[in-house]
Design a protein around this ligand. Sequence first.
Ligand code: NAD
Ligand code: MG
Length: 394
Amino acid sequence: MPMLQNVTILGATGTIGLNTLDVISRHPGRYRVFALTANSRVDELAELCLQHRPRYAVMLDSGAAEKLQQKLKGMETQVLSGLAALEEVAAHPEVHVVMAAIVGAAGLKPAMAAAYAGKRILLANKETLVMAGKLFMQAVEEGGATLLPIDSEHNAIFQVMPPARLSALADGGIRRILLTASGGPFRKSSFAELMAVTPAQALNHPNWVMGPKITIDSATLMNKGLEVIEAHWLFNAPADKIEVVVHPQSVIHSMVEYIDGSVLAQMGNPDMRTPIAYGLGYPERLKAGVNALDLFKVGRLDFEAPDTARFPCLRLAFDALRHGGTAPAILNAANEVAVDAFLNGNIGFQDIPRLIEAVLIAMDIETVTSISQLIEVDALARAHALEWRQLEAC
Ligand code: NAD
Ligand code: MG
């Protein structure tokens, strides 16, 4: 790696994107912002461009890109639009590091482009691995990319795993992966209470500040389900070697248990700048602006088993992983529609797992063959999900 590394941030206006810019700003001689991308928020991206002066700014939406162009008149930043431009700035020959922080299935193609182009990929967009884990890991291998997990749990696991990628956990003397979960805002709510949850209540996460989609996923425990699938692909871990442990303080970010009885944990304040700095600096450690962990203030660490009767999304994700093939991609697409419908007040909180299960039952599960197949499956699952929603509304 050269002294000054060019960084593309996909999803720059999001929570992860902004945290990445915060860490980068602390190391000006080491990183240069090469490209920033966003979906449609012109003002926010314009502000970031003024601050960080990237070579490229990309908006998915072409109308938004035109407005951005107007706002950046006279600046050296080149404004582009569309999916192909997102792929272009992810794979650009001058880019060293790509932060993949677009939310949802929309992040898949740009992340694949970065993988084939052999970049250092800081992967926050877990949906890429859920939809296309096998193809993405193959692309990383073929492209000679370096994949560093940013999801706090997977970053924690990565930090306490043996350094080489294992073809089986047993080769590293590992018995299990213990994936921690905060339990979300409704950890103690009864089933009846969960039926009446509003979007505002679900958006109020106890420990983490995150974008709306992942915050709802955290409340349903689908986030943990997606993370089980993510861990499967990142660490070659079968479903029965991944145990979810509810740990409400979110201080232990996950653990690895070895056959000699050792359990290694990575701990810290719940602040995404820690895993982001780890990914940027790896194998070096960088200052991230994160406060020291005050164990006296934390006081105690609690652990409990997850309840899949109240939170069926976790069970659905385990089932999809065990089914394999296109099942996780179907699960992911149906979940995106369900979360959107819940946030818009069209379905209830406990309808989220009902909708996902209905779509999984309605669709045939196929062997994964290509990204284009997965994109078709994603579209079909969304169509089924919308149909279910309309039937339910009747
Ligand atoms: P967010 O909603 O705050 O930001 C999403 C970003 O993606 C925005 O910049 C938005 O402009 C862009 N975007 C949205 N739709 C797009 C589309 N169709 N095409 C192109 N760009 C699009 O989300 P976030 O919380 O930053 O999360 C980003 C990803 O990181 C998600 O996959 C999430 O699961 C993962 N993640 C987030 C956290 C966290 O603490 N926020 C933790 C772990 C993993
Ligand atoms: Mg996480």
